[in-house]
Write a protein that binds this ligand. Structure first.
Ligand SMILES: Nc1nc2c(ncn2[C@@H]2O[C@H](COP(=O)(O)OP(=O)(O)OP(=O)(O)O)[C@@H](O)[C@H]2O)c(=O)[nH]1
Ligand SMILES: [Mg+2]
Length: 469
């Protein structure tokens, strides 16, 4: 990707397709004059920053292309830090394309993915972590993921890292000064302050790192695998949960073979449901492969919904399996669903069947089949699912949740460097060696914020953006 900011770029910032409006953005030294050349309605060259102008985009033959509103932002008071002209034209397939073509014909060049945001970053409008939050915001697939990205964009996360970075930088400078005066045996950097700062750095990094799993959950969603014996009603339950006939349901055991995925937001969090093949020994090769996949999926699940048919009860093998997953050491959180409650007697009238599963304390009794027609019937299950993440979510401060794998690994390395520095300090190691560890920690923090960058990393980050962002 080019980072030269001598040229003027243009792209459609809004999604393609039928819509009332579309926005074509231009940014660069000539952005305003490029639009001015093909605009009839006002003299944009003289227009003040942050003003809007109604008029027409006119092509090279003098034909009107579309009626538009042009908004002018003059450097440095724009999102990119450059001159920006935003043309709001009519939406649809044609108008935005023709307006963009006209601007390109007047000297703008087509923007690359993320190039507007990259220019904003290079001009100091936002740091790298904030730029990444822009991409996350666009890709957010649940309300909470959206909230976290917005908070990151607002910068408190960056602020905390920056404060730490500046303090470390300050101390590092003082210690490096000592190296120049080794003969005189002076200590410019107060060891107590250093110790205190390293302690604080370690605890901030620990706090941040502790949120990384939550961040991953928010970004990627909670993986919920629906498992159980054939015919238990797993596919029916998936369909009820997602509110449409996603999976094939039939009275023939062994219907589902391939895994079937569908997503739903519950309490602002994305849940990815995976319906699997019913677990049983089978000589059918295809079904057997389905069962293998189901077992693997269950191992990798965040949450397992184990469905059984109340008419059948839980057999010995299932009981042993559930005892095993209930074991604390097991990572998979399990919700046991006793299905087809409509087909068994519930003598006490409280919806509890007579043959309650003695082996498992906590069974949710329901009728997946009835739930397809009555959304409220799944409320208890949805609540249980929400509970599986409620704890970690309530503990974490949204503005400080680490949602990015790249950040996580830099934070881990920074934490190690800080630990090395603390050990060195305890061992009374000389200042110059301590500085090496501090420099390493600074490097890691700088890589997150983008004060230290390399082309490849930038290219990778900004290529995730869409064109026009
Ligand atoms: N009466 C009643 N029937 C149900 C209920 N849930 C599922 N069924 C029926 O049970 C049969 C099996 O349902 P599926 O959802 O295909 O079961 P499955 O667990 O996905 O089965 P496999 O894909 O073969 O492993 C179908 O005939 C469903 O209509 C329920 O709550 N009540
Ligand atoms: Mg099925």
């Amino acid at each position: 990707m080019t980072t030269a900011t001598t040229d003027t770029i243009a792209a459609q910032a809004t999604a393609r397709g039928r819509a009332a409006l579309a926005i074509i953005r231009t940014s660069g030294p000539d952005a305003i004059s490029v639009v001015d050349q093909c605009f009839r309605g006002a003299d944009l060259a003289e227009a003040e920053s942050h003003t809007a102008h109604v008029g027409y985009i006119v092509d090279a033959d003098g034909e009107d292309v579309d009626q538009v509103v042009v908004t002018i932002f003059r450097a440095p008071r724009s999102a990119t830090g450059e001159n920006v002209a935003e043309v709001s034209c009519h939406g649809g397939d044609l108008a935005p394309k023709l307006v963009l073509q006209t601007l390109l014909a007047h000297g703008a060049r087509m923007a690359e993915p993320g190039e507007f945001t990259q220019r904003g970053f290079l001009n100091g409008k936002l740091d790298l972590a904030q730029a990444e939050a822009v991409a996350d915001l666009i890709h957010a697939s649940s309300t909470r993921a959206h909230q976290v990205s917005l908070q990151h964009l607002q910068g408190r996360y960056s602020e905390q890292l920056n404060e730490l970075r500046e303090e470390l930088l300050d101390l590092c400078g003082l210690m490096e000064l000592e190296i120049d005066f080794t003969e005189e045996d002076v200590e410019f950097a107060d060891r107590e302050r250093l110790e205190e700062l390293l302690g604080r750095a370690a605890s901030l990094l620990d706090t941040l790192l502790a949120t990384a799993d939550t961040g991953e959950t928010l970004k990627d969603g909670v993986r919920v695998v629906i498992g159980g014996r054939p015919n238990a009603g797993k596919s029916t339950l998936l369909n009820a949960l997602v509110g449409r006939d996603r999976a094939i349901v039939s009275a023939t055991p062994g219907t589902t073979r391939d895994e079937i995925e569908a997503e739903v937001e519950i309490d602002g969090v994305l849940f990815r449901f995976v319906d699997t093949a019913g677990l049983r020994d089978t000589t059918d090769q295809i079904e057997a492969e389905g069962v293998r996949r189901a077992e693997r999926s269950i191992e990798q699940a965040d949450v397992l919904i184990y469905v059984y048919d109340l008419q059948e009860g839980l057999d010995a093998e299932e009981q042993a399996f559930l005892r095993d997953v209930a074991d604390e050491s097991h990572a998979v959180e399990t919700i046991v669903v006793g299905n087809k409650v409509d087909l068994v007697e519930t003598p006490s009238g409280d919806g509890q069947p007579a043959r309650a599963a003695e082996v498992v304390d906590d069974v949710l009794y329901l009728s997946a089949d009835a739930a397809r027609r009555d959304v409220d019937a799944l409320e208890p299950l949805r609540d249980r699912l929400a509970e599986t993440v409620a704890d970690q979510l309530s503990r974490a401060d949204a503005s400080l949740i680490v949602t990015n794998q790249r950040h996580r690994s830099h934070l881990q390395s920074a934490r190690e460097a800080i630990q090395n520095a603390r050990n060195a300090l305890d061992a009374g190691v000389s200042g110059d060696l301590l500085t090496l560890d501090l420099r390493q920690a600074l490097h890691e923090l700088g890589s997150i914020l983008g004060t230290i960058t390399n082309e490849d990393v930038l290219g990778q980050i900004f290529s995730r953006f869409c064109i026009g962002k």
